[in-house]
Design a protein around this ligand. Structure first.
Ligand SMILES: [Fe+2]
Length: 367
């Protein structure tokens, strides 16, 4: 029997600290030069290059937003977050036994390096020195509406250049144990669930989580965890100047021959205008603009685990968007079934909860 979303609330542990924001995502890459060619077309800028590391940044004051470390296999390593006080690092160190260590990444400062339940690295930083923001090529476009026409005797013709990325905004993780992973991020980073999506039995299976900044607004989501068939990186998302920058970014990435994934459209949960791309290693990255922000007072909302909630308008959701069922992942699923980390009823529930076509005109594709 179907239970209403919210009938089983997402349990929230007492937070150890409350991080202020996301800082960076980290990847291993076999070919840093090839990675950089994509990232430059994506609109990031080189912050620093070392023998075995490539640091890329947006135009905003963060020293870097993305680091690629040379490694044999392309894979997601983890993410970094900023804490407002050194006492936060001390609290994490006390609770986890992890050391407070100096960081030799651009921006310096100190960090505590943790591991989430899936084994991904989570750094919490303090004393990270901001960088000088890069000059913007233009200001956000001024929009004429039926009621106000602030743009007079002026055209709307932004130049065709890579999207002006301002900052990293969020990342998404797939987790075999949704409850454990979501709980871990809430406890260690103090995240607040903004929107939670539930399976047909009412159990929470996806959480859009934001930073708890008190009265100061935070992005609708900074970390997203959803329950799936693997422990894997989903995508990371980068805020660009405005809506036209999402469109112009797409033109430049198309011209570069890179692999488009999905967009342009507007999300429902978070409201961003989005466009998704894949880097040369198949790593998904999103451009976004005009996302929602909430302060800590906004209560958690519950919804069905419905792929139709992924977008409000825009290009149809590609049939292969989301977790990939290739031979490797099928072998992984079989292994987790055997080890009891995944059950057949849960697999059936996942399938049943996403069985409605996300739009009526996509029903044929499902058949
Ligand atoms: Fe996203």
């Amino acid at each position: 029997m179907k239970r209403e979303p919210g009938s089983i609330p997402l349990a929230r542990p007492e937070p150890l600290i409350r991080v202020d924001d996301i800082a960076y995502v980290a990847f291993a890459k076999p070919d840093l030069e090839r990675a950089e060619r994509f990232l430059l077309d994506f609109g990031l800028v080189r912050a620093e290059r070392r023998d075995d590391a490539l640091y890329m940044r947006g135009a905003g004051p963060r020293p870097f937003a993305y680091v690629a470390l040379r490694g044999e296999q392309a894979r997601y390593l983890g993410a970094g977050f900023t804490a407002a006080a050194r006492a936060d690092l001390e609290a994490l160190a006390r609770a986890t036994g992890a050391a407070i260590e100096p960081s030799d990444d651009p921006g310096g400062g100190e960090r505590v390096r943790l591991r989430d339940p899936a084994g991904f690295q989570v750094d919490v930083l303090h004393g990270w020195q901001p960088a000088e923001p890069l000059p913007l090529r233009r200001q956000p476009l001024s929009l004429n509406t039926p009621f106000e026409k602030p743009r007079r005797n002026q055209t709307q013709r932004p130049e065709r250049r890579p999207a002006a990325v301002w900052r990293l905004g969020h990342f998404v993780l797939e987790a075999t144990d949704f409850a454990a992973s979501a709980s871990w991020y809430m406890r260690h980073l103090g995240l607040i669930p903004t929107d939670v999506q539930c399976l047909d039995d009412g159990s929470p299976n996806l959480a859009f989580m934001r930073c708890d900044r008190g009265e100061r607004p935070a992005d609708h989501h900074t970390v997203v965890v959803f329950g799936g068939l693997d422990d894997a990186y989903g995508h990371s998302a980068y805020e660009v100047l405005d809506l036209d920058e999402v469109g112009m970014g797409q033109q430049v990435l198309k011209a570069g021959g890179w692999q488009h994934v999905w967009g342009i459209g507007r999300h429902v949960l978070g409201s961003q205008i989005f466009d998704y791309w894949k880097d040369p290693d198949g790593v998904e990255m999103e451009h976004y603009a005009d996302g929602d922000v909430f302060d800590a007072a906004q209560p958690t909302a519950y919804h069905d685990f419905d792929p139709g909630l992924l977008w409000n308008w825009g290009d149809d959701l590609p049939a292969d968007f989301g977790p990939k069922l290739d031979l490797r992942s099928l072998a992984g699923i079989a292994g987790r079934l055997l080890r009891g980390k995944l059950s057949l009823p849960r697999l059936r529930l996942l399938k049943q909860s996403t069985s409605q076509p996300p739009r009526p005109w996509l029903a044929r594709r499902k058949a």
